[in-house]
Design a protein around this ligand. Structure first.
Ligand SMILES: [Zn+2]
Length: 301
C-alpha cells in the first residue's frame, strides 16, 4: 500500500520521519536525529510507563535504518554493539525503526538479550507495522508530508470530531471503513422500509451497514421476515466525494418530497453513518479549523 522508497535516502529524511512518527505515538524526543561518529546513534526517546504505584521513565535508543530502496532486511551485522550503544546512552531498551524488516537473526539476538535480562526490552517498527499504523486515523498529516504519492492512493481516514467513529457491520461488527484499505466493493449501506404502495411512501425503519454476501444475506432475510423491503448502496461508491454528496442530496430530496419518512432511530443512524463516512471523504481538518469549529459551536443560535 505505502511505497517506502518515496522517502529519500539522503538528508536524514527517514530519521526525521521516525522522530515525527514516534512523537505522534506519545514518545518524548530527547535528542534530534544525529548520526554520531560510530554511526550507531540515531534517536533517543523516552516514555512514561505506569506501574502499580509509580510512573517511571523508560529510555529507548532508536536505530533508524532505511533499506527500502535496496530491499534488504536489517541484519545482526547492521546493528553491531547493541549493548555498548545502550549503555553509553543510558538507554533501557532498543527500538529498530526500519523501512524493511528485521532479519530473523537480529530478532533472535534481541530476543535472547531480553531473555538473558541484558536489555529490559526491545521493539521493532518494521514497514508493515508502520504502514498499519499510518493508515489508521490520526496520522494523515504525516502521510501527506512524507508519502505524498502514496497519500493519493491510500486516502487515509481523518478525524472529523474528536474521536474516530468506526462504521461497523450490523451483523458481525467488523469496521467497514478500515476494511476499505484491504478491499473495495465488499460492503453496503442498507435501508429497510415498509412501502405504502397507495401513497408511494417508504416508511424507513432502519439504516445500517453490513458486509456483502453472508452478513447482508442474513440481515436481508430478517428484514424480509419482518415485512420490510431493503435498498442498498455500495460503501465504496459512497466514499467517492461527488457520490457522497449525491447520496446526501437524494436523501434530503426524498424527505422534502415526503417520499421517505424515517423513524427517529433510523434517522439518527443515517446521520451517524454519514458522519463516519465523512472521515474517509472529507479532507483533514487543520488545527486552526478545529479551534474555529469549537468557537462556532459555542455560539448560541
Ligand atoms: Zn459483517
Amino acid at each position: 500500500m505505502l511505497d517506502f522508497t518515496e522517502l529519500t535516502y539522503k538528508d536524514d529524511t527517514w530519521e526525521l520521519f521516525a522522530r515525527d512518527f514516534l512523537r505522534e505515538r506519545g514518545f518524548f524526543i530527547e535528542s534530534p536525529p544525529d548520526r554520531g561518529p560510530d554511526g550507531g546513534k540515531d534517536l533517543l526517546v523516552t516514555e512514561q510507563l505506569s506501574g502499580n504505584l509509580n510512573k517511571y521513565r523508560f529510555r529507548w535508543l532508536v536505530s533508524c535504518k532505511h533499506y527500502a530502496t535496496r530491499g534488504a532486511s536489517v541484519s545482526e551485522k547492521d546493528e553491531p554493539n547493541i549493548l555498548e550503544r545502550l549503555s553509553s546512552f543510558k538507554a533501557d531498551g532498543f527500538i529498530g525503526f526500519y523501512s524493511t524488516l528485521a532479519s530473523s537473526g537480529l530478532n533472535n539476538r534481541l530476543n535472547s538479550l531480553r531473555n538473558e535480562k541484558k536489555i529490559k526490552d526491545y521493539a521493532i517498527f518494521d514497514h508493515k507495522m508502520i504502514e498499519n499504523l499510518l493508515v489508521t486515523v490520526g496520522y494523515s498529516h504525516l502521510l501527506m508530508r512524507y508519502f505524498p504519492k502514496s497519500y493519493e492512493i491510500v486516502k487515509p481516514l481523518h478525524l472529523v470530531s474528536d474521536k474516530y467513529e468506526p462504521l461497523t457491520c450490523k451483523k458481525c461488527g467488523k469496521d467497514l471503513l478500515m476494511a476499505l484499505f484491504k478491499s473495495n466493493y465488499n460492503a453496503n449501506i442498507c435501508c429497510a422500509y415498509k412501502w405504502d404502495s397507495e401513497k408511494n411512501i417508504n416508511y424507513i425503519q432502519d439504516v445500517y451497514c453490513c458486509c456483502k454476501l453472508e452478513c447482508d444475506h442474513a440481515l436481508e432475510t430478517a428484514d424480509s421476515r419482518a415485512g420490510l423491503m431493503t435498498d442498498w448502496n455500495d460503501i465504496s461508491d459512497l466514499v467517492i466525494p461527488i457520490e457522497f454528496l449525491r447520496y446526501i442530496f437524494a436523501t434530503i430530496n426524498r424527505m422534502r418530497e415526503g417520499r421517505d419518512i424515517y423513524t427517529d432511530e433510523a434517522f439518527k443512524k443515517n446521520k451517524m453513518i454519514l458522519a463516519a463516512l465523512a472521515q474517509k471523504v472529507l479532507r483533514a481538518t487543520t488545527k486552526e479549523e478545529r479551534e474555529r469549529h469549537k468557537e462556532l459551536s459555542s455560539l448560541p443560535f
